[in-house]
Write a protein that binds this ligand. Structure first.
Ligand code: AMP
Ligand code: MG
Length: 493
């Protein structure tokens, strides 16, 4: 045990006995810090200097347990590609404990890749450096975009190989999350027909994420409404930035509304609603355009898990409020999406027909195979009167000219000055995203040559996604179409 470097306060371990297994990380041969997220560490009030030294690597690899940490493997279930798996749980992760950050927000600190647990089901419990860095990169980009997400505090080399199709350098990620409560956590106890446990768990979730509802006469349905609302907002963010999660199973859907699990995720290049990159998603269940439907399906699983046990009265009266929330979900989602797309279009006011304008723009991007990110970014130049960059991403600009006329007529009905509008648009339309080929390039350099330079460069670009930097030009450019056409992601284990 190491000294009290971190002030833990572990409510999950304390209040939810029976919902986890106390467990210890598997020691690794020679831990070496790969990257520390200093800003996040400071936000969490952690001792940065110590984390940067050997004691830090020992802690961040799981080789040493800090005083106050209570490492546990959490149990959960989940619907995976539509099929229920009654027992998943942390098979390669451990929750070390919770810390309260500088703003008073409680955060989980968890290791990922820290060795097998009782939930590993034959897996090795380890992580390769590639998937660890992918999670680091994309989480930081999401955060920079203002999209709720779990984040990486650190990545550590373990000094041992993990065996996938070939031996790969092993690594451990330290993940920071508002909590690791998932829809699948509730499903686990619901499937076992343990209503008392479901109730304990949801009461805990309410205390943690929605404390204002604790005394509400209908707290469970209002809690469900809050969870649904956070997910509506989250998935709208994903759609607006062109993010395809890739594995939206209910065990990868958080109660907090944070994005979690960056296994097979990818970003859209040429706009295509049917885009899907995950090698295991052969049916396109988790394709880009399906994400709003899937999240509602996942929320229906949560409703199914809590509705029967939470309220008194007839079956109909128990279920009705949940059905109402699910039925109005698409409109709720659409409102978030429309508000976001108005900003991307440079609109400060709302008018009927804005959704038509937005959808015609997207249809145009689709028809012309235009790069999603650049088209939006160059729309800012168009707002300033320079159409040329935008024309260049459309192979055939005449349809574009017609749409631009409509858009400008709409802009003219607002009093916003061009400069202010362009500045606002540049704050919501990123120039740099973690383009798939750049992510792969960074991961390959780290994996094959322990070369972190490409990772660091890409991280720099995507953590300041709105600020043009001539040195980072290469990160704004799409992959060649042939590369994107063949691009596949794999569930990162
Ligand atoms: P994920 O694909 O990360 O959402 O994981 C789904 C389930 O598989 C979870 O219960 C994980 O803990 C488990 N799992 C994934 N990879 C491994 C691994 N390498 N070893 C043990 N369990 C794993
Ligand atoms: Mg997962």
């Amino acid at each position: 045990m190491m000294d009290t470097l971190i002030q833990f306060d572990n409510t999950y371990a304390r209040e939810l006995e029976g919902m986890y297994v106390p467990w210890q990380p598997t020691p690794v041969p020679s831990p070496k810090l790969l990257r520390l997220n200093t800003d996040l560490g400071i936000q969490l009030g952690l001792p940065i200097e110590i984390l940067n030294g050997p004691a830090g690597s020992a802690f961040l690899s799981g080789n040493e347990t800090l005083v106050g940490a209570t490492p546990i493997a959490q149990v959960y279930a989940g619907h995976q590609f539509g099929h229920f798996a009654p027992r998943l749980g942390d098979g390669r992760a451990l929750l070390l404990g919770e810390v309260v950050d500088k703003d008073g927000l409680r955060r989980d600190l968890a290791l990922k890749g820290s060795g097998p647990t009782p939930f590993s089901r034959g897996g090795d419990g380890k992580a390769a450096v590639g998937p660890v860095l992918r999670e680091y990169l994309i989480g930081e980009f999401m955060h920079a975009m203002g999209i709720p997400t779990t984040r990486a505090l650190a990545a550590v080399w373990t000094g041992e190989s993990v065996f996938r199709e070939r031996p790969l350098p092993g690594a451990v990620l330290t993940r920071v999350a508002a909590s690791h409560l998932r829809i699948g956590t509730v499903e686990f106890f619901a499937a076992r027909e343990e209503p008392h446990q479901v109730q304990r768990l949801v009461d805990y979730a309410i205390r943690r994420h929605d404390p204002q509802l604790a005394d509400h006469p209908h707290r469970y349905q209002e809690w469900f409404r809050a969870v649904a609302d956070r997910q509506a907002s989250l998935v709208a963010h994903w759609m607006l930035v062109g993010f395809i999660h890739g594995v939206m199973n209910t065990d990868n859907t958080t109660i907090s509304g944070e994005t979690i699990d960056y296994g097979p995720c990818a970003f859209m290049e040429a706009y295509d609603p049917h885009a899907v990159f995950s090698s295991i998603d052969t049916q396109g269940r988790y394709a880009y355009h399906n994400q709003p439907h899937i999240i509602r399906w996942n929320l229906a699983r949560l409703a199914g898990a809590i509705a029967p046990v939470m309220t008194n009265g007839s079956r109909e009266s128990k279920v009705a409020p949940f059905l109402e929330i699910l039925e109005t979900f698409p409109a709720r989602y659409y409102d978030y999406w429309l508000a976001g797309i108005r900003k991307k279009l440079g609109l400060a006011t709302t008018e009927e027909g804005d959704d038509v304008l937005a959808n015609e723009w997207l249809a145009l991007l689709h028809a012309r195979g235009a790069d999603y990110t650049l088209a939006w970014r160059y729309l800012v130049d168009a707002a300033e009167g320079n159409d040329r960059p935008l024309q260049a991403v459309f192979r055939e600009p005449s349809a574009l000219a017609m749409w631009l006329r409509q858009w400008r007529m709409r802009l003219d009905r607002e009093s916003l000055k061009t400069e202010a509008r362009a500045a606002a648009m540049r704050r919501v339309n990123p120039l740099y995203i973690p383009r798939n080929h750049r992510v792969e390039e960074a991961l390959a350099a780290a994996t094959d040559n322990t070369d972190l330079a490409p990772f660091e460069r890409l991280l720099k670009a995507v953590t300041r996604p709105f600020d043009e930097d001539p040195e980072l030009d290469a990160y704004a450019t799409p992959a060649p179409a042939e590369v994107t056409a063949c691009y596949q992601t794999f569930c990162g284990t």
